[in-house]
Every structure is written in structure tokens, then in C-alpha cells.
Design a protein around this ligand. Structure first.
Ligand code: OXD
Ligand code: MN
Length: 601
């Protein structure tokens, strides 16, 4: 399959909606002079434009059409096999000083980096079409909403941006004509998709992103990780709000009382599943709705935290998605979906490991090779993805377009930990909650290149996404707490604890409602808990486990605090803080000492 494809030539009325803002025009002109494309295609987000781009992508073998009856209006794209995940080692924060980027980011000097990237971009779009994609992040009338422009030489990127963002005229309207208005400049070129010439560079002080050499979503849909998180977090600190790697969900009781919860989990730890949770039968009348599945932008109003989802679609991990794990995701991806790196069946359907039903007898795998159930290779890449509009989600929250956002009652941190960390516990207060977030860790997944299954500290699930010094980021969190008069309660969860037999102790998925219910009970001040060294812990009694087939021993193990394991954990917190080279705020060091003291009591 083609990633790099030659120029396309739209008929009149398509690809010619030029913005009127002179600053944008000047910038596009400059990038055009540098990259020397065959032509420029100005996207307006219209249906007609979408149809044209899809038709051209099919002709050029950039997309494969799926069977219209099985998966209506849906397509498959295969990325280059060398290009299937985010690459953190070539992701850079280019602040004027290394200290501003901090100990957790790769840093590179802005002037040198511009010069290197401009060298790579010189003539890079020769013979190709340069797409200019205007988009907004956030509901059209939200004070938090940001405007971005992405220049790209990939049709797949232009088509994905239409799903993942509010794209086209809405952005031109929001920007207006003020040449000094704030907007993000994003430049993407596939170059020749060579891992040796792959760089994802952020220039926060210029609100600029340049990404070259990749076609994989997380590296090239510049709205998402690059703008909404890395540049977003930098702007958020400067402007007094928060950009977080969090899902946002609504929980409504049978009596109609509603709370919103934001939750941070590292990549590929089930955020989309949690955001689309369907309560088990026992929770008759309870409803969970999705505001967002990956990113939350939050600001303070009336002493409370309000959140919007800046995105317009879901870019989720496909393998493992099934009617058992996530029925709402399955319904969302049954139509109008752009798949990347899944398998193609002989009857034009898509397939992946973990999909309901038996595997097909024959398929074409994600690399384009023949596949049968006897093949050693996986049919779908472990990080294969769907891009689907949030409108497809049957559980979409009715307030998703509300500009003021939704009030957050609780924040949940979570990771993938086989041991040590209990199913759920609650922080004693905001600063203790910041400590829980700052020390959270998870076993690594396929969402980024590198070894899978190793425990790494991933503060607030932002390790790969915090666009500035992590110490300042912790300080920003502590500072936000000081401005909140009704702060959300903060929790830590772990769905992934294993028993001595190596099996998961907790069933997860929809049953996570039982944990969510305790979280809501605590917000309503009627959930029971006992004080433990790590925080407020539910007793087995405090969790509603009715109708769940789980034995007492499992529940005790799930909620247990093993002092020996925690001594190792405390040492790991220290090692992590020490590794940051003195940037950790005093308040968090004190939290660590208090935690040690509570264990010694
Ligand atoms: C994602 C990620 O794609 O976190 O959401 O990697
Ligand atoms: Mn993510």
C-alpha cells in the first residue's frame, strides 16, 4: 500500500477555500516555497471535499474500501511497517533552554532544529499536493478552544484530521482576521518514511510543531498528542488551565444525579473502554456517558474544575476491542471508520486479535501478506487503530459540545500494575492526590516503540506528553489545587493486579462500574473507607459486589497492602524523584516522607 502518493488535481470548488488571515497566508506561502509542492489544497471540511479525497485515495491505493454492507463508508490504511507507533526517542521539545524542557523530555536547541528540519523539508513535497488543514480543538464556543493549521503531504492525515478534529470553515471563522491571533502552526511531511529521518519537534514558545518522516497517527495528527497535550500543557501553564491525558465520563444514578469524572491512564491501558463503560445488570438505571476518551482540557470556574474534550473523534487501539470488552466502541466502529493496520478478510471485512467470533480462515495481514490462523505473525498490528467520529458513540454525553465544559467531581489515576497497587484508594487531599499522580507507574504497552511490559514511572500518564519541565508541571498542579475551593477528589485505581497464579484478580471492563460507584459514593460523602498508609481504602463491604462471581480471597488480595511490596515501591518513588535531578517540588518530597512515616506507624 502507498503511503507516499503523487499530487491530485481537484475540480473547481474543491480545495480552494483560502483563509483570509494574512498571518496564515504568509506562513503557508513560506512553507510552500520551502517544500515546493505541485499544488496547494485548502481544506474546508465539506462533505464534497471528503468524497473527493476518499475517491483519490482509493485510486492511489492509499486506502482500501471495506465492504459497504459489512462496514459502511469505512476504509483501511496500512502504514509502512517501520512506522506503527509513536517514537519517543525522536520526539523533541525545543525550548530555548534545556532546563525548560526538563529531565523527562528530549531537548534540542530551537534554531539548530529549525535549520535541520528546514533542510529536510527543502523540496520534500515535490510532485505532491500540500494540504492545508484548518481545525479547532474544543467545542466551537468554548473559551478553552484553540485554532490550529496543519500542513501535510498525506491524504490519510487530511482525512483523519476531519474525523479527529472540528475541521474546515469552523476554524477559519473562529480565527478571524486578526494577524496577531493565537493559532498553532503544524507542518507535517512524510518525506520518504525513513526512520533515520523521523523527527517530531515542538517549539512551544512559537506555538509550532514540525513532524517529518512518519505517517503514524500519534506522530502526525498534530492536533492530538502534539498540540492538545505537549504544546497544550505548555500553554495551559502559562495561561492558568490544565491540558491532561485524561478521559472524561459522566455517571448518572437512577435518581438522575450526575457526576463527571476525569481519568488519566497511560497509553493502551483501557481509557477508551472505561470512557464507554456499560454498567453490569446489577446497576440497573445507572448510565455512563462519554465526553472524551483521551484528552481533557480543564479550567477553574467558581472554584471548581470544568473540562472539555478538545477532540472530535476517537483514535483507539483496535486489538482486544470486542462486544465483551467494549460494546459501545464496537458500535462506534461499525461504520464511517478509518482503520489502520488491521487485517482484511476475503469478504472485505476487518479483523483483529480479540474480535468476537472465530478468526477468519484466511485474511490479509496488516503488512499486506497472506494470513491464516496457523500463521506465527499477528493478523493485526498490536497498535492498530481506528479513527471514528465521536458522534458514532451510542453513549456520547449530551454536554459534549457545551463550551463551558462539565464540572469534574473526581480525578482518577491508574496504571497497569501486576502487584503492589490496590484496586482503588483515595488520596487524603489534593496535594496527596498530586503525589499519587506524580508517582504513578505502568507496565509499558505497544502504543510506543520499545520494550513492552516494563514498569515505568509515568506521572499523570503525561511522561511522553508534558511539553515542559516536569517539576514545573507538578508545581502547576499544586498551584491549581490552591485556587480550587471545591477540588475534585483524587483516586488511584489498578484493574491489572494479578494473583499468585499469574491471573488477573479483577474482571475489569463493565465491572469497573463497581469501583466507579464507590468513587461516586465518596463524592456524595456516603461511601465507607478505612484509613491506610497509602490513602482511604474501601473495605470489601464498601464496594458493591452483588452479583459478581468473585471469591473473598480475591477481593482481599485486590485491596491488600503488602508492606514488603510497598517498601520497594517507596524506594522506587525515591529513585524516580532522584532521577529527575532536583526539580521535584518540596511539597511532593514532604508527601513521600509522610507516606514513609505512615508505613512506620
Ligand atoms: C494514544 C496514545 O494514541 O496515548 O492515545 O498513545
Ligand atoms: Mn492517549
Amino acid at each position: 500500500m502507498k503511503n507516499i502518493a503523487p499530487a491530485i488535481f481537484p475540480p473547481n470548488g474543491i480545495g480552494d477555500t483560502k483563509p483570509t488571515n494574512q498571518a496564515v497566508l504568509d506562513w503557508v506561502h513560506e512553507i510552500g516555497r520551502l517544500t515546493k509542492p505541485e499544488n496547494i489544497f485548502w481544506c474546508d471540511g465539506s462533505e464534497r471535499e471528503n468524497e473527493f479525497l476518499i475517491a483519490e485515495s482509493l485510486k492511489q491505493n492509499v486506502l482500501i474500501k471495506l465492504d459497504e454492507k459489512k462496514v459502511p463508508r469505512s476504509y483501511l490504511h496500512r502504514s509502512n511497517p517501520n512506522d506503527v507507533a509513536r517514537v519517543e526517542k525522536v520526539t523533541f521539545i525545543c525550548t530555548p533552554t534545556k532546563v525548560e524542557a526538563g529531565p523527562t523530555n528530549n531537548w534540542s536547541e530551537p534554531a539548530e532544529t529549525y535549520s535541520k528540519l528546514y533542510g529536510l523539508l527543502n523540496g520534500a513535497m515535490r510532485g505532491r499536493t500540500m494540504f492545508v488543514v484548518p481545525y479547532i480543538m474544543g467545542p466551537p464556543d468554548s473559551p478553552l478552544t484553540k485554532v490550529g493549521f496543519e500542513i501535510t503531504d498525506s491524504k490519510y492525515v487530511a482525512l483523519s484530521m476531519r474525523i479527529m478534529t472540528r475541521m474546515g470553515k469552523v476554524a477559519l471563522n473562529r480565527l478571524g482576521n486578526d494577524p496577531k491571533a493565537e493559532w498553532n502552526r503544524g507542518v507535517h511531511s512524510l518525506l520518504d518514511v525513513d526512520p533515520g529521518r523521523r523527527f517530531i519537534c515542538h517549539f512551544p514558545q512559537d506555538n509550532t510543531i514540525i513532524s517529518v518522516g512518519s505517517g503514524y497517527g500519534g506522530n502526525v495528527l498534530l492536533s492530538k498528542k502534539c498540540l492538545a497535550l505537549r504544546i497544550g500543557s505548555y500553554l495551559a501553564r502559562k495561561q492558568g488551565w490544565m491540558a491532561e491525558h485524561m478521559l472524561i465520563l459522566g455517571v448518572e444514578s437512577p435518581e438522575g444525579k450526575k457526576h463527571y469524572v476525569a481519568a488519566a491512564f497511560p497509553s493502551a491501558c483501557g481509557k477508551t473502554n472505561f470512557a464507554m463503560l456499560i454498567p453490569p445488570k446489577h446497576f440497573k438505571g445507572w448510565k455512563v456517558t462519554t465526553v472524551g476518551d483521551d484528552i481533557a482540557w480543564m479550567e477553574i470556574r467558581d472554584g471548581r474544575l470544568f473540562a472539555v474534550n478538545p477532540e472530535n473523534g476517537y483514535f483507539g487501539v483496535v486489538p482486544g476491542t470486542s462486544y465483551k470488552s467494549n460494546p459501545n466502541a464496537m458500535k462506534s466502529i461499525e461504520h464511517d471508520t478509518l482503520y489502520t493496520n488491521v487485517a482484511l478478510t476475503d469478504d472485505g471485512d476487518v479483523w483483529w486479535e480479540g474480535k468476537d467470533g472465530p478468526p477468519p480462515k484466511h485474511a490479509i495481514d496488516w503488512r499486506g501478506n497472506d494470513w491464516t490462523p496457523d500463521s506465527k505473525e499477528k493478523a493485526a498490528h498490536p497498535n492498530s487503530r481506528f479513527a471514528t467520529p465521536m458522534r458514532n458513540n451510542p453513549a456520547l454525553d449530551p454536554n459534549v459540545e457545551k463550551g463551558e465544559g462539565v464540572p469534574i467531581s473526581a480525578i482518577i489515576f491508574g496504571g497497569r500494575r501486576s502487584d503492589t497497587v490496590p484496586l482503588v484508594y483515595e488520596a487524603f487531599d489534593w496535594t496527596h492526590g498530586v503525589y499519587l499522580g506524580a508517582t504513578m507507574a505502568s507496565e509499558t504497552t505497544a502504543a510506543a516503540t520499545g520494550a513492552v511490559g516494563q514498569v515505568r514511572r509515568d506521572p499523570m500518564a503525561m511522561l511522553p506528553f508534558c511539553g515542559y519541565n516536569i517539576g514545573d508541571y507538578f508545581r502547576h498542579w499544586i498551584g491549581i489545587g490552591k485556587r480550587l475551593t471545591s477540588p475534585p477528589l483524587i483516586f488511584n485505581v489498578n484493574w491489572f493486579r494479578k494473583g499468585t497464579n499469574g491471573k488477573f484478580l479483577w474482571p475489569g471492563f463493565g465491572e469497573n462500574m463497581r469501583v466507579l460507584k464507590w468513587v461516586i459514593d465518596r463524592c456524595e460523602q456516603n461511601g465507607g473507607a478505612v484509613k491506610s498508609p497509602v490513602g482511604w481504602l474501601p473495605t470489601p463491604h464498601d464496594l458493591d459486589l452483588d452479583g459478581l462471581d468473585i471469591d473473598h480471597k480475591c477481593v482481599a488480595d485486590l485491596l491488600g497492602i503488602d508492606h514488603e511490596e510497598w517498601q520497594k515501591e517507596l524506594a522506587a518513588h525515591k529513585t524516580f524523584f532522584d532521577s529527575l535531578g532536583g526539580v521535584v517540588p518540596e511539597e511532593l518530597q514532604e508527601q513521600r516522607e509522610q507516606l514513609i512515616a505512615r508505613f512506620a506507624e
